[in-house]
Design a protein around this ligand. Sequence first.
Ligand code: ZN
Ligand code: ZN
Length: 79
Amino acid sequence: MNCIVCGNPLLFDRVVFHCSCGVFVHAYCWDKHVLQAHQPYFEIGSVNLDGEFRARESKVEEQVSMAQVSEEQVTPLLE
Ligand SMILES: [Zn+2]
Ligand SMILES: [Zn+2]
């Protein structure tokens, strides 16, 4: 049986995470699996001096970081 994230065999003496989606991953691959496969909702923003979180964007689309990067690369070419 192999890890769904890195593809390496799951070893009997190592901790294995069994995700609710049915896959098995190494403990150290868990964060990657959750981010890649489940993409939990999050907001991008900052904390002000009062310690309050202010969202920069109210809605985070799927793979927003990748979209922003490609947009920044494309824009200068159009000018
Ligand atoms: Zn792995
Ligand atoms: Zn999963």
